[in-house]
Design a protein around this ligand. Sequence first.
Ligand SMILES: NC(=O)c1ccc[n+]([C@@H]2O[C@H](COP(=O)([O-])OP(=O)(O)OC[C@H]3O[C@@H](n4cnc5c(N)ncnc54)[C@H](O)[C@@H]3O)[C@@H](O)[C@H]2O)c1
Length: 364
Amino acid sequence: MEINQLKAKNYSILVGKNSISCLASEVRNHCPKCKKIAVVIDKKIPKKFLVRIKKNLKKYKVFIFFISSSEKIKNLEQTNFLINKLLELNFNRSDLIIALGGGIIGDMTGFVASIFKRGINFINLPSTLLSQVDSCIGGKTGINSKHGKNLIGSFYNPKVVISETELLKSLPKREIICGYAEILKHAIINDKKFFNFLKKNTKNLILLENKTLNQSILKSCKIKLNFTEKDFKEKSLRMRLNFGHTFAHALEIQNKYSNKLNHGEAVLIGMLIATRVSKFKNLCSNNTLAQVENLYQKFSLTKNLNKYFKKKEILKSIKFMKNDKKKDDEKVSLILLNNIGKTTVPGKFKYKINQIENLIKDLF
Ligand SMILES: NC(=O)c1ccc[n+]([C@@H]2O[C@H](COP(=O)([O-])OP(=O)(O)OC[C@H]3O[C@@H](n4cnc5c(N)ncnc54)[C@H](O)[C@@H]3O)[C@@H](O)[C@H]2O)c1
């Protein structure tokens, strides 16, 4: 059993096959007074994991809440439902909520944990590649509103993150690619060496080959931690992680959070648009753009997403940037690319909605 441990300031991240077997000891360590545990679990998680968890936690009163994950349930109604259940069951702060699911369940459950009685113990067991390499790190929790994505939320750290890599085996390839999108983002914005590693190892990574998978999850978490630990409340540095995301969120809203375009896919599209804008603005070279485009092509990352690259489709989405959280005045701040491994400084490139529309008209 090889379990890797990464240390953040206030919590640890355990990564690897069978890391889930550490759950009971982690609960004992971090939540010594806990009696009741609520497990919010994605319906698609294979039953054997729930059986293992129940066995692991047999000393506690465990309540299971199954959720059918989609952006549409990451909302106030579902949050309210969970909070009322916990109140009915008389949970208190020394008890514990566990999220066992992807970024949607993790974000929403973390949010519930942060506001329930001003903060109850929270443990995250991310079950998708995207959640293991990205959303489980950095303490952002939240839900969507009809006005935009993740507009309601908090910063709240879990007691521990346990990334059981065996969970990924039941993920459809489409979801693996979505997780890969965030891994790739971390390489593009921060680490040329890691980008070169991905050029060689993407195939193995997508096939979940053990060593490549573990290395990539750990590397990705380290990069994200580096940004989030230095700037927890996203005042500046952390905004670099939004590379591609302003376009991605707008596309997701335009498509009404439909399963036809999920978050990781929107991020893949958003990163490519942002890189093309960067070249257009002469912020990066032709070669930088070519390196990113070649990687997309070589591994067919956006093979089924051509329709979203159409000028008309992108233009329709731009108006939704007006509610972007990163917008602090009338302008939208874009994180663009200087080089592989280096983005522009947050806040340096700000555009009015109509200026972004004009950019897209010129580009596509
Ligand atoms: N908090 C953050 O810092 C942060 C960062 C990035 C993304 N996010 C959020 O994460 C969300 C996307 O996360 P996601 O891609 O994990 O989505 P998700 O939670 O919806 O999971 C994707 C799909 O995989 C299924 N699934 C989950 N685990 C499975 C398993 N082990 N086997 C089989 N199927 C499984 C789910 O039911 C769903 O259909 C978005 O809402 C995004 O805003 C948050």
